[in-house]
Design a protein around this ligand. Sequence first.
Ligand SMILES: Nc1ncnc2c1ncn2[C@@H]1O[C@H](COP(=O)(O)OP(=O)(O)OP(=O)(O)O)[C@@H](O)[C@H]1O
Ligand SMILES: [Mg+2]
Length: 171
Amino acid sequence: MRIAVTGTPGVGKTSACAFVKSMRVVHVSELIGELGLATGYDSKRKTKVVDTVRLAKEVDKLHGDMLMEGHLSHLLHPEVAVVLRCSPAVLEKRLLAKGWSEKKVRENVEAEAVDVILIEAMESVPTVLEIDTTDKKPAKVGAAIEEIISGERKKYRAGSVDWSQEVLGWF
Ligand SMILES: Nc1ncnc2c1ncn2[C@@H]1O[C@H](COP(=O)(O)OP(=O)(O)OP(=O)(O)O)[C@@H](O)[C@H]1O
Ligand SMILES: [Mg+2]
């Protein structure tokens, strides 16, 4: 079984997956480095450019069950994508605390507000689940991922998270 833990940068994927013990955790950012798949650097967006098609092909060649962690992981042909979500206002605080620029924070907060990764995951992954991390500590998010590994689906079915009320408050 291949499970992707994905979500907007800063939602807490890496922090939560540190608590997952029952499955091999693959950090997609490390894999990109090991396989030399960063094809460039987008200085305007201050982010690495990654050939995701090649990355997916390389991941297809790997053997065994794994939990793939990273904001591109839903593109790597998992059977299940777990999209971690975070209220845009709280995400803004987490990203500013990481020292990110206002522009980069804004870009990611907007992406979270309009469900960019959720929609991307739904376009290609057979089963898409969501965990709202807003009021959960990383250990609790990790425990929810463990439940999903054990077979829980109903509790985390996509569609329960909705930031529209919060976003309407911006206008
Ligand atoms: N559940 C949480 N509650 C509060 N703060 C959190 C939570 N999860 C992570 N954080 C904090 O938010 C920041 C981002 O967390 P983390 O690096 O795990 O996110 P990420 O989704 O892996 O981001 P990236 O896509 O950039 O790798 C960190 O400073 C972390 O301490
Ligand atoms: Mg991370």
